[in-house]
Design a protein around this ligand. Sequence first.
Ligand code: DGY
Length: 327
Amino acid sequence: MSTGGRPRVLLMHPILDPGPAILAEAAEVLAYPPNRPLDEASIRQAAEGCVGIVSQLMDPIRETVLSTPGLKCVSNVAVGFDNVDVAAATSHKVMVTNTPGVLDDSTADFAFTLLMATARRIVEADSFTRSGRFRGWAIDMMLGQDIFGATLGIVGVGRIGRGVAHRAKGFNMRVLYYDPQPLPREAEEQLGATRVDLGRLIAESDFISIHVPLTQETHHLFSTQQFNQMKRNAVLVNTSRGPVVDEAALVEALKGRKLAGAGLDVYEREPAVHPGLTPMPNVVLAPHIASATVRTRSEMSAMAARNMATAVRGGRPPNLVNPEVKK
Ligand code: DGY
């Protein structure tokens, strides 16, 4: 459990300053061996004797890991925690924490970046220009979709979804949203957002941006049926979790021109990308970097480290996702 009385924490991957110093003040920090696979059995082996694990979204933290004797806390350096089996953690009285709030603006910025890059074909245009194919202005060259005044459908109107709606105001967009939980009337008015059912959102939106957590209910929320209902000029943006979109169905829909394009930061089998997507010029692909700004990733690191330090010291971490474990 400890060496010389110091509790041990397993750090699955390096984090940014000031995270390491915060952790080191509270515990002896063991780094996960860089070449060891990220499977449950290997993580369990490395976690033996540790009271805490600082994990990231690619780490499968499930029953095998969570049943490690003496484990008290898993601090995930992400707002999403679908890589952690929270029910199993709760049953083993292991606290699970995440990093909400600090990444909302960076992620909303990036959703808008993907929306604009896809609508205005910026990646395609860049490679066209770099490769010397620009031989002069042409009236029909690289025609894209208008953003200003278009209809934006936001699926999931938590903090990040609201951030996207906020940005859409500057583009005079008509904003529809779908969320089982309605926004308070004042928030709807302030954001100029109208709640609709998912079918209507899909049928009326020129842009659809997904901001839901991955759960059983949201797995493949977008599949063939939804793509068939989309406007042919529509662009889909996903910065949430890959499995919310049925990637094979998306490839088929794009091939069948059921929608105009997609801007994706996340993938169903990350880090693998469906091979059908990579040759498509109307798809913009990013490597899960929506929260990747210097400020945000430092704040996520600090927040995750503080969550762990508090747990190690016997306290109740501020960002506990299973509060029933620690009253
Ligand atoms: C998260 O935090 O869940 C993002 O996917 C990575 O920042």
